[in-house]
Design a protein around this ligand. Structure first.
Ligand code: NFE
Ligand code: MG
Length: 571
């Protein structure tokens, strides 16, 4: 049967190919394939474990810092290192800053144009846009004159025949539902968010020297605190961080969340589309009493099966029966054969490309068809990401999460089942941002309080010296990256890395089928999605983008020559 091919899916990181079978206007079958290959796990072998963060962080520039954080946690776990409280707080501030920036950028720059028709905003009445803006928010940039200016900028783009960054949308598609005035509002904020996000990440530069890819350190953080020292984290720098956090709270509360709710109100039907898998996994995140005490994390660790919010299952990444990766449909081979599943401490990375020479018409979905491995939790296919986190927190009885979720469902007048959907996934990302931006302030206030009382330590030397290490050790780093559950696994032999495996959020969500034929998140979520126009499969993009794909993370492997191995084809 003929398949719609979308390759590459754009407005994501990395190369993703989707093939979907459409019958009578509805998707009945779908395949997701990672079309790039890289090689971090091989590059890490034989290196000093204390350097692993710098290599793994290069997996991706979007969720920048998350792999470094996971890596230092993993190595510290292996070597029994416990970092000082200030280091945990600074890591939390950097991680929450990443979340807020990443989620806002996803909403406006990677996802909004699936719902917002840029060209339609040319026919908007700026005075009416201004009235709408002022009715949903007290954000100051909201005069008729301001929106008329934005409209003129877009008009000049369109008249020049060059839409620039807006060139490739399905403009005019009949599934765009917003009035021109709301489209104009969203486009104005798209442009503002671009400016704003580059300010926020200065937090990474202040604590980690730069962004993307700030510096990390096994044993703590690579910055010292001294209020009057020019080169340290001093009063001026702390004040700068404080003002960036304040601006972040304003932007999230006055721009992102009002826009999210306004746009969602026109797309409530997407609360019944794109649900996919009924299973949700969260490793938990944001330690309040240290990384080794997950019972005190702000977002809990746990798993939900069959959408049963009455029960949260315990998750143990060390149990070799729980997390396993399969390669039945991925271009790798295992010594134990194609049906084997390996816990990542025993993980293998051996390429085995069996597909035709690209470009090709169609994936061979009976055989291997992706560079992404297939992770499973107790052999269940699991969705990971903001929706999983909010559901696990909700079901675990976290009242902060329950309140914000219940309030939003009531405001949108949608049932609780609307969470299990494309709309629910996009809403969950916004709601967690609303919580996390305040947690960032809490961590910052706590850090300032510590410094005021003379507690300035940011690093421990305990366990740093290789002469103190055992002959062999293994460690596990669990993190919730913005896109979901992220794990690094290390085995150390004779002071060097013997094996290092990354099991990444997009690996869970974008993977091909497992040996028993179970679909992963993307493939499952597309089933039942309506497609109004097969030439312009906007609906496929909406559901896939709701996961915020990152194939660079998912296939953390480099082609040795660094060249493209896949011709790009738009289907
Ligand atoms: Ni490259 Fe990443 C995040 C990680 S992948 S973006 O968030 O880890 O899904
Ligand atoms: Mg991996």
């Amino acid at each position: 049967m003929k398949r719609i091919v979308v390759d590459p899916v754009t407005r994501i990181e990395g190369h993703l190919r989707i093939e979907a079978v459409v019958e009578n206007g509805v998707i009945t079958e779908a395949y997701s394939a990672g079309m790039m290959v890289r090689g971090l796990e091989l590059i890490l072998k034989g290196r000093d474990p204390r350097d692993a963060w710098a290599f793994t962080q290069r997996a991706c520039g979007v969720c920048t810092t998350t792999h470094a954080l996971t890596s230092v946690r993993c190595v510290e776990d292996a070597l029994g290192i416990v970092v000082p409280e200030n280091a945990e707080l600074i890591r939390n501030i950097m991680n929450t800053a990443l979340y807020v920036q990443d989620h806002v950028v996803h909403f406006y720059h990677l996802h909004a144009l699936d719902w917002v028709d840029v060209v339609s905003c040319l026919s908007a009445d700026p005075a009416e846009t201004s009235r709408i803006a002022q009715s949903i928010s007290r954000w100051p940039k909201s005069s008729p004159h301001y929106f008329a200016d934005v409209q003129n900028r877009i008009k000049r783009f369109v008249e020049s025949g060059q839409l620039g960054i807006f060139a490739n949308g399905y403009w005019g598609h009949r599934q765009f539902k917003l009035p021109p005035e709301v489209n104009l509002l969203a486009v104005a904020h798209y442009l503002e968010a671009l400016e704003w996000q580059k300010e926020l990440v200065k937090i990474h530069a202040i604590f980690g020297g730069k962004n993307p890819h700030p510096n990390y350190l096994v044993g703590g953080v690579p910055c010292s605190i001294h209020l009057n020292e020019v080169n340290a984290i001093n009063s001026e720098r702390l004040n700068h961080v404080g003002s960036l956090i304040k601006a972040a709270i304003d932007f999230v509360e006055q721009v992102y969340i009002p826009d999210l709710l306004a746009i969602a109100g026109f797309y409530k039907d997407w609360g019944a589309i794109g649900g996919g898998l009924p299973n949700y996994l969260s490793y938990g995140e944001f330690p309040t009493k240290g990384y080794n005490n997950p019972e005190y994390f702000k977002i809990p660790r746990g798993a939900i099966l069959d959408r049963n919010l009455e029960e949260v299952h315990e998750v143990n990444g060390r149990d070799e029966q729980e997390i396993r990766e399969y390669i039945k449909h991925s271009w790798y081979s295992y010594a134990g054969g194609d049906d084997a599943g390996l816990h990542p401490w025993e993980g293998e990375t051996k390429f085995n490309y069996t597909g035709p020479k690209p470009p090709f018409e169609q994936l061979d979905v009976e055989g291997k068809y992706s560079w992404v491995k297939t992770p499973r939790w107790k052999d269940h296919a699991m969705e990971v990401g903001p929706l999983s986190r909010m559901l696990v927190a909700y079901a675990s009885g976290n009242t902060e999460v329950q309140d914000i979720v219940n309030d939003t469902l009531a405001r949108l007048e949608v049932p609780v089942t609307a969470l299990f959907s494309t709309l629910g996934r996009t809403a969950a990302r916004g709601l967690e941002t609303q919580l996390i931006v305040h947690w960032m302030k809490d961590y910052f206030d706590h850090l300032v309080q510590n410094v005021r009382t003379g507690l300035t330590s940011t690093f421990t030397q305990e366990g740093w010296e290789p002469s103190t290490w055992p002959d062999s050790a293994q460690g596990l780093g669990l993190t919730e990256a913005p896109r979901g559950a992220l794990a690094h696994f290390i085995r150390i032999e004779n002071k060097k890395i013997a094996n290092y495996q990354l099991v990444v959020p997009t690996t869970w969500n974008a993977s091909p089928r497992d040996p028993s034929g179970q679909r992963s998140s993307y493939e499952a979520a597309l089933i039942g999605t309506p497609v109004a126009d097969e030439e312009q499969p906007l609906e496929i993009i909406r559901t896939i983008h709701s996961f915020d794909p990152c194939l660079a993370c998912a296939v953390h492997l480099y082609d040795p020559e660094g060249k493209h191995i896949q011709e790009v084809r738009i289907g």
